[in-house]
Each structure stands twice: as structure tokens, then as C-alpha cells.
Design a binder for this molecule. Sequence first.
Ligand code: SF4
Ligand code: SF4
Length: 389
Amino acid sequence: MNIRNDPTHPDDAAAGIEVTPEFERFTQRNDIFTRAFWDDSIRSAKTDAFFASYRMEATPRRGDGFGQRDFALRNASWLISDVITNRGAEDGKREGFQAPIANDTPVAPEQVPVDDPTAMSAEVKRIAQFFGADLCGITDLDTRWLYESRVDTRDLSAAPNDLPEGLTHVIVLGHEMEEDLVATYPSALAGAATGREYSHEAAVVMQLAAYIRNLGYEATASMNDTGLVIPFAVKAGLGEYARNQMVITPEFGPRLRFSKIFTNLPLTHDAPKPQGVRAFCDICTKCADACPVKALPFGPPEVTNDSPSSIKGVRKWTSDAAKCFGFWAKLSSDCAICMRVCPFNRDFRKWQHRMWLKLALSPARKIALWMDRKRGGRVKPAAWWARQG
Ligand code: SF4
Ligand code: SF4
């Protein structure tokens, strides 16, 4: 796929995206999880132990939230995702993470005619919900956010990041993480909120892609592979980018994962919906304050061109990925303290949180921040287990 010479896009202002002339597409080999296998400045006995802890025989056991049943639940929650990611290992394709998910069904030889792309977009959203997606938005295939190359997991070399020709749209799906589990970060138990959604999203994204192929159109299912999902989610109007490196949505705040489908099914696009999260993050540093290793920035968004694990030429809040992953390795589990403490980490289906959201997105945002001052504390993992009866 060719990238335009001009690195800007008409949606950029509305999406809050600022790209500079130094822009370069991201090389997936440089993501921190891949560097943990080939870059000696990242790799250590602790990072090896982190990955090993996803197998029960290598699981450390220590304290509330890090006992055998915490790891047992977390590792079980990843199971379906693992089945998908492991099936292409012989070809160096870690599907869903370092290669797109392979098609299990062919494109139907006959194409259902689509006379009304707006109606088809509504249908896709309805079917996404039917399969279990919590959010769905549609945007154009903006090639800036595709990886320059993917990773061949056999030797960790750069491999071509190929997609079928002629794809034009990206369907972005959001998958809510369980609120009560997220409240227990940091813990191995909390990692079950992440694993369950990866397993869940693998099923949802594969089924929706299969539906589109059954209609006679190309559809490539994707999780963290192939491209950066955050800019696609923002462009598809699902939420806004925030200081904690997450997309804040009006439904679940930052408490969700995203997957995507690249397709040529005729569809219309959603528009970015800036509502004021950026202005709120400007007055709030709860995530940066709470980060145990101070991996999040306190100041305004910046262009960072000197860190291999962050995209070059984009003005944004950027974490220190090495510090962040170092903490994950120490825990032997993922961390999302910065998700847990975020004032937007609420269930906006409840009216009282919708009232708070109105305030947070208004010029009275400082009052909303003050009202949040006692929220976001860690719930003991034992309390989660006790609640389950
Ligand atoms: S995930 Fe944890 S370590 Fe990483 S930036 Fe967030 S709070 Fe810090
Ligand atoms: S904790 Fe505050 S600064 Fe951080 S992402 Fe949430 S609202 Fe923004």
C-alpha cells in the first residue's frame, strides 16, 4: 500500500491528530513486546519470566491477587486468543498480534449488491452487536496507521505487512472490560479482564469478517496486528485520545479493548467526535500521578522522535514504553492502573455517571475533577473473589 506524500488528512483536526513532516509509519518490530525478544536493552530474566507466567508451570505465586487461582483465571481467560495466535506459528504468523487473522472462510463467489452504503453500515453495526461487540464505528483505510512492516515470529525479522488489494474501509469494534476486575489492578487477577476481552474480540471480529466474506466482499480480521487501532478508533468517532494512551469513550471511558476489520464492503464513514476529553486531560494528571514508574507524561502532547517504540512525527501524549513494560515484567502481569484511576472509568449507562460526564465535558470540568478525587482506589483481589460467592 502506498502512503500519500502529504502526511496530513482532512479528518485530522476533528480527530485531534497532528502529524509533522518527520512522520514515519510504525515498524512493528519496534513495539515493546517484540523488542523484549530481540533488544537486549529491554530483554531480561524478568521479561522472560513475564511471558512464561502465561503458562501455569512457570507461574509465580505470591500474595493477594497473585496466587495460583488468580493466574489460573487470567491464563484461562486468554485461551481462545492463544488458540488463534498459536495456529500460524510454523509460518511465523502470530495471528491477531503480529499477523492478521487468517481467513477461515473464502469470499463468496457471488456478491450481494449494496445500493445503499449507509444502510449497509447500519447493518454491519447491528451484526457487530449481535456477535457481541459493545461499540462499532467505521472509517476510511488511512494508510498512515498501518505498520510499515510486521514481524516474522520465527526470527523476529521484518516481514511484509500485506493486505488484499482494494480495501477501503476499517470497521472498528470496542469490547468492554469488566469493571470490577479492572478495579483490582495491579494484580494477575485483573489481567483476566484483558485476556477475556482478547478471547472475546477474537471470536467477534472473526465472525463479523466471515459474515462480510459470505456477502462476497473482502474482510480481514485484525486485533493488535497490521496497524495502530487507536487512530482508527478515534477517526471512527468512538472516542478521544487521552494522556493515559487510551481512547476515552462516552460509554465506558477507557475501559475497553479494540479490534478492527479491513474491508472493501461499500460503507459510509463515521466522523470523529471531539467532546472535550483533551481539555479535561489538560487539567488532570491522575494517571501520570498514579503510575508507579512515572511512565506517563505530565505536560502537553509532544512530538517524540527519539523513542523506537513510539511513532515518529505525531504530536501526542506518549508513554515511556520501556519503563511501563519493566513494571509489567516485575508484576508478571499486565498493568492498567492508569485505566483504573481515570475519572472517565465509569459505567455511563448509569444516570449519575452521565450527569458527571456532562460536567466533565463542560467548562466546569474542574468541579468534575474535584468530585472524582476519592474515586479510583484499588479494590483488593480477595474482595473480587469473595463477591463471586
Ligand atoms: S500501565 Fe501501569 S506502568 Fe504502564 S503507564 Fe499505566 S500505570 Fe504506568
Ligand atoms: S486520568 Fe486524567 S489525565 Fe489521565 S487520561 Fe484520565 S482524564 Fe486524562
